[in-house]
Design a protein around this ligand. Structure first.
Ligand code: IMP
Length: 193
């Protein structure tokens, strides 16, 4: 079986990708190729960041690989936090609680709470680059609810659901999530190659 490296250090994402791509391709981690680089993601778009990470691995390690980047777009905030989702609250780094707090504060006087998660996956196989995307529409709730998941999950309620992502099991979330969809599109792409 062919192998492909997933340029992430997130164990949850790795397990999800392995489950979706099982039997098709062996998904290796960065640790598997002895990569401990601090891979830059400084592009102004999700696609740019995903490509930047995939190219970093492909050029330095000479392996087929893919990388992802995710953002939360809120309509009444002009698409923010978007590509800055991980670093939305100033100085908070990847502090999810601070990011969620700022998001709820910024939405206090807004009627429109429509939002969507977007994941872009960039893949490089045999030197050929491609990108696939997954999306999940929903709303930002008025307060956090639920304990599972990560990031903005406690304040994101997917369309047609009465629970937030953080109130769902991992399997329930993956079945409808932006990243689940992007991973399934990646599986279709690799299957055609
Ligand atoms: P990344 O591209 O997966 O690193 O995601 C960027 C930021 O978006 C993360 O720091 C999280 O705050 C947020 N994020 C990404 N995916 C999800 C998700 O599935 N649920 C909630 N928040 C997410």
């Amino acid at each position: 079986m062919k192998s492909i490296v997933f340029a992430t250090n997130n164990a949850h994402k790795l397990a999800e990708a392995r489950a979706i791509l099982a039997g098709m391709v062996e998904v290796k981690s960065l640790a598997d190729i002895d990569c401990h680089d601090d891979i830059p993601e400084t592009a102004p778009t999700l696609e740019g960041n995903a490509l930047m990470k995939a190219r970093w691995i492909n050029e330095r390690y000479g392996v087929d690989c893919f990388a992802d980047d995710t953002g939360l777009e809120v309509d009444s905030l002009g698409g923010a936090p978007g590509v800055r989702s991980a670093r939305y609250a100033p100085g908070a780094g990847h502090d999810s609680a601070a990011n969620m707090k700022l998001l709820l504060e910024n939405l206090l006087d807004k009627k429109d709470r429509n939002a969507r998660f977007i994941t872009v996956v960039a893949v490089i196989t045999d030197g050929v680059e491609a990108t696939v995307e997954g999306k999940c529409e929903g709303i930002i709730t008025k307060e956090p609810s639920g304990m599972s998941g990560f990031g903005y999950d406690p304040v994101f309620q997917p369309e047609g659901e009465s629970r937030t992502f953080a109130e769902m099991s991992e399997a329930e979330k993956n079945a409808i999530s932006h990243r689940g969809e992007a991973m399934r599109r990646l599986a279709e792409y690799l299957d055609r190659m």
